[in-house]
Ligand binder design. Structure first.
Ligand code: GRG
Length: 291
């Protein structure tokens, strides 16, 4: 039986609780890394990987959970660095003071560096087959690095104060937020050794889901609350950031969100048809978007 989202999330958090400190050999650095990782968070990315593994009948062994949970380390690094004074200069994340507000910018930078590096350690330091581990590491590097999330962040910084076109903004969002979510779904296909056609559809689902996720985040910055989001809202417009509502208005952004969700649902349906399996578990992830 496929576990519920809550059960999968609990597995991820419990793995982080038990294992994170073991691999850090400096007490303040360990505290700083643990502070942000264990502050909360939806654990959406590793949960997507584990749900995908289960859909294909894979077993959630300790090695699979370790490799999947690595993505939460990497995601948390991106949040810590994004919040730094030299980037977004945010004070609140996951409902708590940001890492640099608590530990200072130097230690926060190192906590991010540590989490990014440790993510690749967890992907490769396990008993999964060597070819699987190298595939996961390659795809994760492509998603997180200068062809993916880091490039998206660079576009974001450079585009601030300039009006991007919708195509440019979509590309930025796909890189900055979409790439890691695409990897999260694809990783489940790599772990269960799916054929190329299935992996392509998984990537399509993840990519469309990721774009929807960022459009929704843009929308929540306009219509959401600080309490619900666990971070300050209303900052994007004040800082002349490029966002979907900024470019298209709230209604236009909602339409684009619906289109991205349609593409995700089409990929979900195509996956069911191609594999003969139920992808109903993805409905729980799609339920995140409430308008
Ligand atoms: C610093 C290289 C570098 C990249 C940062 C992802 C990112 C790039 C910045 C985060 C900016 C941001 C808040 C984007 C909105 C979408 C997003 C990634 C939200 C945070 O993810 P959630 O909602 O957070 O999954 P939790 O706390 O639940 O894990």
């Amino acid at each position: 039986m496929v576990e519920s989202l809550e059960q999968l999330k609990a597995r991820v958090t419990s793995y982080l609780d038990t294992h994170l400190a073991n691999d850090v050999d400096q007490s303040t650095l360990a505290a700083s890394m643990q502070y942000s990782v264990l502050a909360g968070g939806k654990r959406l990315r590793p949960t997507l990987t584990l749900a995908t593994v289960e859909i294909f009948g894979g077993e959630l062994t300790e090695d699979v959970v370790r490799a999947a949970t690595a993505l939460e380390l990497l995601h948390t690094y991106s949040l810590i660095h994004d919040d730094l004074p030299a980037m977004d200069n945010d004070d609140l994340r996951r409902g708590a003071p940001t890492n640099h507000r608590k530990f200072g910018a130097g230690m926060a930078t190192l906590a991010g560096d540590g989490l990014l590096t440790l993510a690749f350690q967890w992907v490769t330091d396990n008993q999964l087959p060597a070819t699987m581990k190298s595939q996961l590491a390659l795809e994760l590097a492509k998603a997180a690095g200068p062809a993916g999330m880091v490039a998206g962040q660079a576009r974001d910084i450079e585009g601030t104060g300039r009006r991007l076109t919708l195509d440019q903004l979509r590309y930025l969002h796909r890189q900055k937020t979409g790439a890691l979510l695409r990897y999260a779904v694809l990783a489940g296909g790599i772990i269960t050794v799916q054929p190329a056609a299935v992996q392509r559809l998984l990537a399509q689902f993840g990519s469309s889901y990721g774009l929807a996720f960022q459009i929704y985040d843009d929308l929540m910055d306009v219509v959401g609350t600080t309490t619900a989001m666990g971070k300050r809202v209303g900052k994007d417009a004040a800082e002349h950031k490029n966002t979907y509502p900024g470019l298209l208005g709230v209604t236009g952004a909602e339409e684009q969100l619906q289109q991205a969700l349609e593409r995700a649902k089409n990929a979900q349906a195509a996956l069911s048809q191609l594999t003969g399996r139920s992808f109903a578990a993805y409905d729980d992830f799609l339920a995140y978007f409430k308008l």
